[in-house]
Design a protein around this ligand. Sequence first.
Ligand code: NI
Length: 185
Amino acid sequence: MAILKIARMGHPVLQRVADPVPDPTAPEISRLVQDMIETMVDAEGLGLAAPQVHVPLRLVIFHVPPARADDDHDEMPLSVLINPEIEPLAAASGSGWEGCLSVPGLRGRVSRFAQIRYRGVDLKGEPIDRVAEGMHARVVQHECDHLDGVLYPMRMTDLRDLVFESEWKHIAGPGTEEAGDDLLD
Ligand code: NI
């Protein structure tokens, strides 16, 4: 196990389209996931995408603990999602604050689909097919964007909502810190 170095905005690995994982059951993929989990926990993120640790493969990890869920139904235990595909289910999109370990020190307000279906496989190669809402849907969309070279500021429609973390704490209002900040990965 090891804590991996996180690539920051501007690094080419964050700008390219990642490659499919040829064999999700391969031992090196398990080792990568273990290191990604350790890195995510150390950084207090909700998720992590393989390109963020300089590995250009279509693999993400994420979780939504109760303290970070919008509602009971969008809590999610730690998940490994390999070769994912996302299908929007709701036309309506929700706007919320996001942060990214690859864009340190900033927060931005981003619109995401409020409900999605996502599919992929886990480390055993077993299929995953879930419907997600709320923070669960947001984190999956944020992580999977990393696989296509998209960082959250590229999803923003109003760059006045791209702010430094220290300023964001004033904007986001009282109670925000108790609820945890909106750092996603
Ligand atoms: Ni990110």
